[in-house]
Design a protein around this ligand. Sequence first.
Ligand code: NAP
Length: 318
Amino acid sequence: MTITQDSSAPLVAVVGATGAQGGSVVRALIESDKPYRVRIFTRDASKPAAKEFTSKGAEAVVVSITVDNKEAVYKAFEGADYVFSVTNWAEHGDPSREEAEGKLMVDAAKAAGVKGLVWSGLSSISALSGGKYPNVGHFESKARVTEYGRASGVPFVDIQGAGFTSSLTSYAKPTKTGADSWTQYFPVASTKAMAIIDAEHDYGLWVRKALELPVFPNGQSWAAVGEFISPEDQMKQLAEVTGKSMTYAEITPDAFAQGMESAGTPPHIVLAVKEVFTGVGEFGYFSKDTIVTTEGLARKPRTWKESVAAMDLSSVFA
Ligand SMILES: NC(=O)c1ccc[n+]([C@@H]2O[C@H](COP(=O)([O-])OP(=O)(O)OC[C@H]3O[C@@H](n4cnc5c(N)ncnc54)[C@H](OP(=O)(O)O)[C@@H]3O)[C@@H](O)[C@H]2O)c1
């Protein structure tokens, strides 16, 4: 079904639609056999992803979602039946800004009187670890937005993305170690099952499910996971897909952090990254109340192998 203009169809406003998770949300709604009106937010409507969705009938609203732009944000949310919200921590690296912008979107959704707000949150590593790892700022800020959303009175669902498979082409990129061999050096035990998702392809499946359940699952936290798979098996399967020699080597969080430090990464982010991998390795990624299931999705999400087989890996093997 394409996006409709029929005013009887629910209007879904999607933050981050030009990015991985928001883009996946829009595509999942387009794939649905139910009619939706779709409003996308971007700071630049000339982006290819924005044009792709407007050519399919979405309305693009150009707005920057920041606390000093409150009035425009409230106006942009007006008339929406549902909102999908996400923050882009990596663009500024400031957890308190992320928290403030996440809360701003809850307030704007409340003012718009939406029937449901779906938020891309993450679990508190501090809570998961009983306070042992309190410095994963971008998880803590998202968890605080979740608490705020749950207390806001707006029907609120938190859908937590697993580790993106696309990280293979960025911070988890394997290093060339021989003529036709690569090693991925990463601070996680080789046999630890890690939650992964092809976010661009599949994250929106859970959002669509939340919108299409007979009753909006207010108050719940869901995990968006394609598969749990160890780093060792990830590299084995990558070798099968590419025909290259791929190995995995666990390194210490300190060794991983050294690489980030020498690349000029700010100290609070280096600490956050160190604690997130150590914390997740010891205590897991999702809090106990996060529901992990693929039941009720419109289709199966990709496994690791399916995701890397579909991925442009030219930057990995350049
Ligand atoms: N990488 C992982 O493994 C992983 C796993 C789970 C969760 N996450 C979280 O995912 C989040 C990022 O989501 P993503 O990867 O889906 O996004 P993304 O692909 O990095 O794209 C960012 C999106 O945010 C929008 N945006 C940024 N600043 C904005 C602003 N001021 N006003 C309006 N829109 C703004 C951008 O829109 P325009 O540029 O078009 O304006 C773009 O659509 C991060 O907070 C990260 O912590 C990442």
